[in-house]
Write a protein that binds this ligand. Sequence first.
Ligand code: SAM
Length: 238
Amino acid sequence: MARFFVAKENIGSTTITVTGDEFIHISRVLRMKAGDALTICDGEKSDYECTISSISKTEAVCSIVSCSPNLCEQDFSVTLFQSVPKGEKMDFVIQKSVELGITEIRPFFSARTVAKSHGKTARWNKIALEAAKQCGRGIVPVVYEPVEFSEALAKTSADLKIFAYEEEKEISLKSVLRGAQKPQSIAVFVGPEGGFERTEADAAKNCGFKTVTLGNRILRAETAPITLISNIMYEYLL
Ligand code: SAM
């Protein structure tokens, strides 16, 4: 069933008013009509099964049929810190990370980041919204403005801090995930196409990060986050 995200302030006791881009999606893209059924999520893990009561030029008023907890959110958070890769790869990383259950995405620029451009955050958050609608999420993961590496490092306060480092040869992701009691919050760092500098890995270690190897093969900057999040979900969710 078609899924939409509506701010809590638009949700009443018996009706929900849909406006803005989500209204345009309902009325012009999907050409939905009065009587059609849809699911509306408040972005705070509650789903409302509704039917459209009326559609005007600017809003759709929907009658609430039932409300239930969203079933697509895990009981721990995962924050992806991603060094901005070149081109459209970040679009792919965002879309797949949202499907895999990421909680928030914090892009950063490290020493070897090539794409040090700003101005893509609005577009990235649209990709996150579309992915959240498609896969049935109970929240819309936020993609933040890119910051410098040192600021990204300072922002992390997770229970489990993982730094994917291509020069790490001893410590495996599995040993770090298995070695920890199930954490409430996890932060993962992924470098750019050019990788991390040793000084960056050392700085991360000084902030409590565990450097891990993802195996002997070198994964692309857009493959590594998918690998990390998938393994985290395998270990703590599935
Ligand atoms: N320029 C690096 C090289 O050739 O060794 C590769 C960097 S890789 C394309 C981009 C990022 O993905 C790395 O900085 C790291 O965060 C992660 N990554 C890729 N393969 C990895 C591996 N085998 N072990 C740990 N991290 C890896």
